[in-house]
Design a protein around this ligand. Sequence first.
Ligand SMILES: NC(=O)c1ccc[n+]([C@@H]2O[C@H](COP(=O)([O-])OP(=O)(O)OC[C@H]3O[C@@H](n4cnc5c(N)ncnc54)[C@H](OP(=O)(O)O)[C@@H]3O)[C@@H](O)[C@H]2O)c1
Length: 261
Amino acid sequence: MKGKVLITGATSGLGLAYAMEYAKRGYDLIVTGRRKEKLEKNAEEIMAQTGVHIKIIIVELSNQKGLDYLLNEIREESIEVLINNAGYGLRPVFSDLSKEEMEGLLFLQTNVVVSLTHFILKGMLSRNNGTIINVSSESAFAVMPHNVLYAATKTFLLTFTEGLYMELADTNIQIQVICPGFIDSDFHESAGMKVNKQRKGIMKFTSPEKIVSVSMRDLDRKRIVSETSFDVKVFHFLSRVLPRKIFYRMAISFAKKIKRS
Ligand SMILES: NC(=O)c1ccc[n+]([C@@H]2O[C@H](COP(=O)([O-])OP(=O)(O)OC[C@H]3O[C@@H](n4cnc5c(N)ncnc54)[C@H](OP(=O)(O)O)[C@@H]3O)[C@@H](O)[C@H]2O)c1
């Protein structure tokens, strides 16, 4: 019998696209988020279209209380696929962040992923079956101004996932970290950013559905780090080969360009 798929942050964007993908594959889902009405409406639509069951957990995950609540809610569940997706961006420069902003982002994008993975992995190991997908970002490959803490958490996820893969290489548990570029989701609006969601060029926005299809293809190919578009691969390559000082200058001028747009 199939286990369930747990997706954190499935209200919109990538999490919602993963929810639809796994529902179409016949999996019952557990989804989390904070926007109750939107989660419920999406869940009704997915259930009507696919016939699967969806459990909704409304939870703020930027603190220990929310994480404990979620761990308790899933205590009895048999989870076959874990997608650590919930995340958000912060626009201000690092020095302008409040203590709460810093701690909330760090908690959601590191502690929650680590604790959920540790908790769910135990069941996966006893069944010798499972899949864990951690949602990182192209910013894991290179940090930019105005993105310092966010990028640091995404680099953590890249390192964490690659290490986990090696530790679990002799098991039947699949591990993936996806590193997308810009996604056409609610992410930028939620962070108070106004962006032109163009579909081509260096700041190309990709649909969540396209990112999920690449993630699924890369799972089939047993690829651990999923770089979800050509521009991400170019960005990763440049960040590796350019002398650091040249890279810093490019990143600074790119960040200024984004700020003006
Ligand atoms: N958008 C991009 O350009 C981009 C690029 C690379 C990587 N990513 C990563 O992709 C993942 C999904 O983002 P998205 O683009 O799909 O954005 P999105 O549409 O804004 O979705 C983010 C999800 O995370 C949940 N979430 C955010 N903060 C939360 C908190 N404090 N507690 C609980 N849940 C929280 C949101 O729930 P509610 O809305 O219900 O609160 C929502 O379901 C994130 O990890 C993000 O870092 C995004």
